[in-house]
Write a protein that binds this ligand. Structure first.
Ligand code: FA5
Length: 340
């Protein structure tokens, strides 16, 4: 009996060496340890043996079974290790390599300059006011001394909704909202998007940005206005830029001015942005018309004010030498990626 067990074990071990995958291991296990395998047969035949022999052979058979199970487990572990080593060899990677560069987002140039201007005016004591894009005629025109049928309405072709509301054509509407909210003296700016029915060209868009400014206090004069404009431009460009002030008509200011900046794109030599004039219309301004102050419930015997409406996109164009306003709204990452 013990010879039979020894030869079974020897046979098992030599077959075990030949197993190269888990399928082969499973069939070897079934063959030797399965219900119809030689060990089970041996255990079944124990009943025919004498009690002493039964104990001895039973023990030896169980030892053989344990040895086979241990052999299977260690062969399985060895095969797993070989498989893992091969996988590691074929799938290795260098953990010391640099990661692929990730692209950082950044502020759009218009937002960037807007936030810079907000900082400048905040440091001068101005508060930042807001207003809706979809506006009422009253705030955009009526309260700004532009009654219905006034020819000045044609200066800013307007998008109308069926219910009579409009897309605001300028941030001057924020002046009216500020006067409703604040008691003089006050200093505000109101940056935001405005909309006009406009044929686009290198310096005109249908949706663009303005930044309104308004100061109302006792004794405000044109000198305060000019000083504020100069301070702003110096802070933005970090150098003196040539400006010119000429008379301009806006029903909500008197006197009114057009503030032009020398074209920074062509160094005032003439280009398509400045329409070959060397100047860019940047920031109309003026002393707030008494009718506007009265509409806002302000005592015009005591208070006066100035206001301005900066063309933000054009300022950005001058600052970064962008030769077409349409780049700013193109959503083209090749363009905006240059301002990271
Ligand atoms: C106004 O909108 C007045 N509300 C400005 C104002 C405020 C005057 C307070 C007096 C007191 P204007 O239509 O000129 O004015 O526009 C102001 C600025 O916006 C222009 O100087 C220009 O820089 C910019 N701008 C006007 N139209 C466009 C356009 N289609 N595309 C891009 N920028 C424009």
């Amino acid at each position: 009996m013990s010879d039979r067990l020894n030869s079974l074990l020897a046979d098992f071990h030599s077959r075990l060496e030949l197993c190269v995958d888990s399928q082969a291991l499973e069939s070897l296990k079934a063959e030797f340890l399965g219900k119809k395998g030689p060990l089970t047969e041996l255990l079944k035949s124990l009943k025919d043996l004498s009690p002493e022999e039964r104990t001895r052979v039973g023990q030896a058979t169980n030892d053989a079974k344990t040895a086979m199970e241990a052999g299977l487990a260690s062969r399985r572990a060895a095969l797993d290790k070989i498989a893992l080593d091969e996988k590691l060899k074929s799938e290795w990677f260098d953990v010391t390599l640099d990661a692929a560069p990730s692209r950082l987002g950044a502020l759009h140039p218009v937002s960037r300059v807007q936030y810079e201007i907000e900082d400048i005016f905040s440091s001068l004591g101005f508060s930042i006011q807001d207003g809706p894009h979809c506006e009422l005629d009253y705030y955009n025109f009526e309260a700004l001394n532009i009654p219905k049928d006034h020819p000045a309405r044609d200066m800013q072709d307007t998008f109308y909704f069926e219910n009579g509301a409009i897309l605001r054509t300028h941030t001057s509407a924020v002046q009216v909202r500020a006067m409703e909210k604040l008691k003089p003296p006050f200093k505000i700016i109101g940056p935001g998007k405005v909309f006009r029915v406009e044929r686009t060209d290198p310096s005109h868009e249908a949706a663009f940005h303005q930044l309104e400014g308004m100061v109302v206090a006792e004794g405000i004069t044109v000198a305060h206005l000019i000083h504020t404009m100069k301070t702003l431009l110096k802070e933005i460009f970090k150098r003196d830029v040539k400006i010119r002030l000429r008379p301009g008509f806006f029903p909500f200011v008197e006197p009114g001015f057009e503030l032009d900046i020398s074209c920074q794109i062509c160094d005032a030599k003439g280009c398509s942005v400045c329409k070959h004039s060397g100047w860019i219309e940047l920031m109309p301004c003026g002393m707030v018309h008494p009718n506007v102050l009265k509409h806002g419930g302000i005592d015009t015997d005591k208070f006066s004010g100035f206001a301005f409406g900066l063309g933000l996109d054009r300022l950005v164009m001058m600052r970064f030498k962008i030769e077409d306003i349409r780049h700013l709204h193109s959503g083209d990452l090749r363009f905006s990626g240059q301002f990271v």
